[in-house]
Design a binder for this molecule. Sequence first.
Ligand SMILES: Nc1ncnc2c1ncn2[C@@H]1O[C@H](COP(=O)(O)OP(=O)(O)O)[C@@H](O)[C@H]1O
Ligand SMILES: [Mg+2]
Length: 239
Amino acid sequence: MSAAFLQVEGLKVSYGHIEAVKGIDLQLHEGQITTLVGANGAGKSTTLLALSGLVKKAAGRVTLQGQDLSALPPHKIVSAGMVQVAEGRATLTTLTVRENLELGAYTRRDGRAQRMDDLERIYALFPRLKERADGLAGNLSGGEQQMLAIGRALMAKPRVLLLDEPSMGLAPIIVQDIFRTLREINKGGLTIFLVEQNVRQALKIADRAYVIETGRIVLEGSGQELLRDPKVQDAYLGG
Ligand SMILES: Nc1ncnc2c1ncn2[C@@H]1O[C@H](COP(=O)(O)OP(=O)(O)O)[C@@H](O)[C@H]1O
Ligand SMILES: [Mg+2]
């Protein structure tokens, strides 16, 4: 077994007296999609916020390819290659699609030519964004805004992409589209950590999966194993 690409050990996060994440361990392997699924309030977003450095860890260690990210501020975590897709499709609605994508590259130190190459790659992945490149992001549909948020995160050249419920609020057919695109991005070699309440869809595309309940990991396995697990079926897949 190869060493984990991203390793999370003993992560704890508290909000005042509430311990939202109670000492969890996660391992992400390079080139895989790993998912963390669970009900509303289980601690999924808190886990991601802690990885991105946006909430304080009460305990725990996060290492990416051996580099300890635990104490770094958010922008250094992004520069180190761990990039979270903006939540709730928080695109900047008064900027154009292209401007939003270009903003995603703000932490990069490479040249304009490379950024333009990446922009073209993202347009190839999301042709709809290319068509609407000069339009305001605020005029995009919900699904298109989610794609823009993903595209913007890709412009930061992540080594691992973090997503918090990209399916939220979207029609099932759009969700399938988004998940198909995540698979495609992953086939290009990118490691993905997907947090979802849409357990069925997330397990379907995941290589590895963890189930979180009230701040603790209660099950782990391959996506396929967990799809077949009676406990998962009872609790999350409607039996
Ligand atoms: N800013 C906050 N202040 C206090 N409690 C919070 C805050 N954010 C989340 N919580 C609590 O922490 C727990 C985990 O929340 P969260 O990580 O958002 O769960 P999930 O993303 O799985 O729905 C819940 O009990 C929630 O009410
Ligand atoms: Mg959440």
